[in-house]
Design a protein around this ligand. Sequence first.
Ligand SMILES: [Zn+2]
Length: 290
Amino acid sequence: MADHLARTLSADSTVRGLAAVTTDLVEEARVRHGTLPTATAALGRALTAGLLLGGLLKADERVSLQFSGDGPLGTILVDATPSGQVRGFVSRPGTHLPARAGKLDVGGAVGRGVLCVMRIPPGEVAPYRSVVPLVSGEIGADVASYLAGSEQVPSVVGVGVFVHADGRVGAAGGYLLQAMPGAEASAIDRLEQNVDSTPSPSDLVRQGLGAPAILTRLLAGFATRVLEEQTVHFRCRCTRERVEGAILAMGRAELLDLLAGERRAEVLCEFCSARYVVEEPELRALLPDA
Ligand SMILES: [Zn+2]
């Protein structure tokens, strides 16, 4: 089952649901960054949450989520687009903690701190920035708290990653449910009951459920239709041109130093761990005129 995201709306438009299966892209992130299991789960949950929030955006917008906690993991940074592209990294990929209550201790790895969400419109327009305190560092509840506080939409967010004993990702996915203005109290009660009686997102994916089936289960009792289904991917926006732009931005003096010393530049993209090597002739070509 290729990674995908599905979106649905109740017949009366008062309940919105998104669900995603992200097993392959979380495994790709693990391989790219060399994360250990607790870091894999934290990054995978954040990548999945990014895609779910991205699914709420208008075309050409982007969303970035930065979890800054005082735990051993450091910062998690992800960004996602409504077209289903996501990338991200953690500052300490080698983080692994003892399990807590039989689960990977993501909350302990993230610690206490803040979640900063930026919605970035297309063009040179300033982003919309919200900062909320972390609820638990478990990612799902933190993102739900952002939606309820900053966006004023009561929401439930569940994200989960199952990691095999050998460190590989066995299943990953998540969902986002929102009660829109006009939703009846009884509808919200039913949503809560459905969520309480549904296994964790990673269990649902392990059972072989796709995103539409996850939504059907969470929205049992509501008349709904799946509005859209799309594939989702780990994809970075770094390019050789951008790397050369960054080298150029160092300025003439720094570039001359580099040419006098190492005579080549090595640049590592934080988001995807791609390594770019710019050799001497290319560096000379970048050198601005005196
Ligand atoms: Zn990159």
